[in-house]
Design a protein around this ligand. Sequence first.
Ligand code: NAP
Length: 590
Amino acid sequence: MKRFILLFGFTLAIKCFAGEAKDEQIHNCPFCMLPIDNVGPPKHLENDTISGFGMNVSQRRSMFKAMGAHRFFQHHHSHIHPHQHQQPHHQKKKRSMICTRFSCRNLASFSVLPKGAQSYVNGKWVPAASGKIFDVYNPYSNELLTKAPDCEVTDAKQAVKAARDAFEHWSLGTTAKQRGAILQKWAQIITEKEKEMGEILTKEMGKPWPEARGEVLFSAGYFEWYAGEARRIYGQIVPSASPNREHFHIREPIGVVAMITPWNFPSAMIARKASAALAAGCSVIVKPAHETPLSALALAQTSEEAGMPAGVFNVLTTSAENLPGISRYLCETTDVDCVSFTGSTRVGKLLLSQSASTVKRVCLELGGNAPFIVFESADLDLAVKGTMSAKVRGSGQTCVSANRIFVHEKIHDKYLDKLKAAVAQQVVGDGMDSKTTQGPLINGKAVEKVEFLLDDALKKGAHLVCGGKRTAASCFQPTIITNVSNNMEIAHTEIFGPIIAIQSFNNEADVLRRANDSRVGLAGYLFSQNMAQIHRVTRRMQVGMIGVNEGLMSCVEAAFGGVKESGLGREGGPQGIDEFTQWKYICVQH
Ligand code: NAP
């Protein structure tokens, strides 16, 4: 019987690889024999509220077709079931249930990850000098995924030396065209490996696999964009006041750049910085978040395959314990010329002050508290779709997440009804389950913060419309609360969770004053069909980016960044290069 099952399974798998499996058929997983859900791209992925990243519906459809999300060709079981600490999903359900997992692969089989706990320094995979390691967990299952090297300052010094040594050749010994060609190749490799890299991302961060794959493709998009921008780092010749002098302005790479990145976009937040810095001719050391080191390591592996010279792109992983020492060293050493950070405003301020001693350039992409305004004339379907993209994506754990939702009192109830219907469609769970639209929060602490904010709001008079509960592990239901007011913590704090907190307003001046009443100003959104109002409000909103009738505005072509305590500088778009270049004036007398 066992043999028969295996034979049957393999035959079916081979057919499927050969593309012979028909969409209409219902298949069984060749390993556990449960029927594979044959729903095709899950309905929530057919609309453009979730996976986003500048892909239109038809691009996303073809992505899903290419993914074969409805088939099981990626459905390889590992010997140890991924859900070690939970009941395995197959066992939990009766045999008549449908297996909806996209894949059950073990991380050891991933070609883009190092074999063992190793960082990537000077073109080599190396363990921490101390031999220490730290654990990396799956936020959905709490399963121990793997271990990563716990680097210390000694290792950071090696990485900085490698980047320093590589800088001269990379900046002066290569042309912009050559650098662009490597970046272009890198983009191509990432695109080819996006399934695998997306799965790694889902496993370490929790977001649904389609969303994770969207992020990986988004990362590839940055490498592709800056492959082109490398050749457009133009200088100036300014007419001189003297007949025998010429004034040239040229732009040079700033040097060695240390990058510290967060867990919420473990791939894209590295790609957005590194692509621009490398295009400009800088060498790079990345220190990813300890929660999500694997996507960074996968980027290192793919950089090598793209032909990146040794020492130009380095990745150093470290635990929370060793992090302060390493980051202080990166900020204070004169061998690093620029610190580029994405993360919380609190840590950004700390790094800025630590970097002051060497007056190095500091680029900061920090926290937000985005106002999302729905005016009386808004197209409510669009506004609800925008709310879902701006709020539910990443389980609300994005810096541009709609944090304070202001709805005109005349359309408040209608908007709420439509929003409730959209929220009811959400399925919270394991990101590797094809039915999941919303993954877990990053850890238990994040859930506790959300619970605290909700509790405080409800105590102070907010109404709970739906949700409000932690479900499995770190999962939290998408939640709507109304009647939110300024005396509640939630009105001032970056929620970083799936709570849609609604306040009502009745006039433009008042809502603008409330929207701008924040020390941070990253993203803002407004929904209106009144053109004059759109112009008035966009000019007056104190944020770095505005989505007008659009809830998902991030794209590689546009400048991302904030005002006030949301940061310094811009990433992405033509402006992203500015962060990593400096002007040199050359005066020539003849
Ligand atoms: P975080 O705590 O500031 O961490 C970000 C990075 O800084 C991680 O690599 C983290 O390492 C490291 N870090 C933490 N404490 C540090 C310290 N004392 N010294 C040096 N480095 C330190 O932020 P997060 O919780 O990961 O991310 C969420 C925040 O990032 C939110 O505020 C969000 O708005 C912001 N964000 C902004 C953007 C943007 O583009 N503006 C994009 C994404 C996220 P460990 O994780 O290993 O502790």
